[in-house]
Design a protein around this ligand. Sequence first.
Ligand code: AMP
Ligand code: MG
Length: 359
Amino acid sequence: MKGGWQPTKTAIFMKTIIKTINPENIDMDIIEEFGKMLADGKTVIFPTETVYGLGANALDENAASKIYEAKGRPSDNPLLVHVSDIDDVETLVEEVDEKARLLMEKFWPGPLTILFNKKDVIPSRTSGGLSTVAIRMPSDEVARKLIRASKVPIAAPSANISGKPSPTKAEHIIKDMDGRVDGILLGKDCDFGVESTIIDLSGEYPMVLRPGCITLEMLREVLGKVEIDPSLSSMADNIKAKAPGMKYKHYSPNAEVYIVSGENDKRIKKINELIKVNSEKGLKTAVLCMKMNSSKYNCMTFDLGNSYEEVAHNLFGALIKLDELGIDIAYAESFEEKGVGVAIMNRLKKSAAYRIIET
Ligand code: AMP
Ligand code: MG
């Protein structure tokens, strides 16, 4: 086990209702049934376009507590609040200013979370004791219909045990979460595969607290100057991260992950040398790489795809698979930190505990 804070994975034995929903032909009876569970203060896992979320009524302190319990989540790590309609935001926050309105018009529904000063209706359990609340409106139809059916805003962090990679496919959910929540609604694979971009508009200029698929470049087109929270660039500084969740151990498989950077041919050569050393020690090694390189390594490879969008979509699934296959050491090719590459490298660095091998 790596150092730092460890979640308690205490056993919780609940009867979990599990249903599968077809996103092409949404069964409204199932949506109503799960919406009622949420309205009654219960916990439900559901698909979104980013990752699967573990939801409960954001206005109900007890319901929000159940999320922390199910995930083993530290209590100062606030929950994201999901709404089904833009108009719902005004009931939850002090003010929607011009910049927020521009972003909501351009990127909602979609994977962008905006921080607002909260109204008192948001209990401090949901906001992790902060005076702000993070809100987004998902584009996934199942998610939006479910939230609308519940008739309340839904607090929903990622549906993983705290510290583990976020689930992006139905098959990632059951093993860890059956018995820990009231309901699980299984749907299709999540389109984007990394969590939403989080933006804070309260400072001198807008600041990205967590990079995602709404990229810095896209945000700058709408707002002009936008920066990325400087504390995200190294582990030491992560302690001061403005999104409290970014300071915790995160996305960590049991395997030891290393990022290998440098020019492609040199990187392949270095990784193959390391694979040889590992195999002499009897260690099971795997490589996470772009499709064009997947036949170039002398061990098991996880082909993450041809484009950065595909890499984002496949990354968490590959990290989860490492544990299923009992891999000891995984090498991940590094990605260029522009566009979606910023979000990919942010998640990879955290899963690798910032271990980078330069070639
Ligand atoms: P998750 O959905 O599991 O990725 O967790 C939500 C993320 O949003 C965590 O990193 C939180 O720290 C962050 N977050 C939620 N609310 C706030 C807030 N009010 N201010 C800053 N970060 C927040
Ligand atoms: Mg999470």
